[in-house]
Design a protein around this ligand. Structure first.
Ligand SMILES: Cc1cc2nc3c(=O)[nH]c(=O)nc-3n(C[C@H](O)[C@H](O)[C@H](O)COP(=O)(O)O)c2cc1C
Length: 198
């Protein structure tokens, strides 16, 4: 179900002034304020599908653009192998190359950024993605799936990677419960919308 998020956010921009509108004359500013919709990006990395499912639900609730973060070299499927590789990469602060990246995120105002919890933080491909763009002036909303330690220090790490962005506390969802999460995700999206409009 699509929420009123995008439409209400348009009104918000009309009230506070659209980015880039400063310095324009009043008539033009009004025109750009009224006509510029808030652009929403939902970006995620997912190894086994849980975070992808939450990204899909957020996309359905917001109508945003979806971008899947895919590393150039895929992680091994064997559980022990990926756990060991992820541990090495998280400890070393590795930023693996991505298969594709967005040329720019300039057009987006609100960005939902999703990751599985890997060793209590975001997965390395998400760090690569976040470090490769300028998030200044944007609202960044992390979400993570996990099996017990929620978002760990993932949100703090996102804040470090995205100076200039307003990084919200985000949403942790248990990996085993993603298919029943749609209502929680919709409520969460609505709460964010209300807070942004406050
Ligand atoms: C390499 C690796 C490290 C993990 N580390 C944690 C962790 O520190 N805390 C936790 O709660 N879950 C941890 N998990 C479980 C995943 O966060 C959980 O299964 C998640 O839903 C997987 O998302 P995905 O299907 O989108 O890849 C880990 C899983 C893997 C594969």
């Amino acid at each position: 179900m699509r929420t009123g998020f995008a439409m209400k956010a348009v009104v918000l921009l009309a009230l506070i002034g659209a980015p880039g509108s400063q310095g324009e004359d009043t008539q033009d500013m009004n025109k750009s304020n009224v006509s510029k919709p808030v652009k929403i990006l939902v970006a995620c990395f997912s190894h086994t599908g849980n975070t992808r499912e939450i990204a899909r639900q957020i996309q359905a609730a917001t109508g945003g653009d979806l971008f899947e973060i895919v590393p150039a070299a895929l992680y091994p499927q064997a559980y022990q192998a990926v756990v060991a590789q992820a541990k090495r990469e998280v400890q070393a602060g590795t930023r693996p190359a991505l298969r594709t990246n967005l040329a720019s995120v300039a057009e987006y105002d609100v960005v939902f950024a999703g990751s599985p919890n890997w060793w209590s933080t975001i997965a390395p491909p998400v760090a690569t993605f976040l470090a490769s763009h300028d998030w200044s002036g944007k609202i960044l909303v992390p979400f993570m799936t996990h099996e017990g330690t929620r978002m760990g220090h993932g949100v703090d790490d996102v804040r470090k990677l995205c100076p200039g962005a307003t990084v919200r506390d985000g949403l942790p969802i248990r990996g085993g419960q993603v298919r029943e999460a749609q209502k929680e995700v919709e409520n969460w999206v609505n709460e964010i919308q209300k807070e942004i409009m406050r």
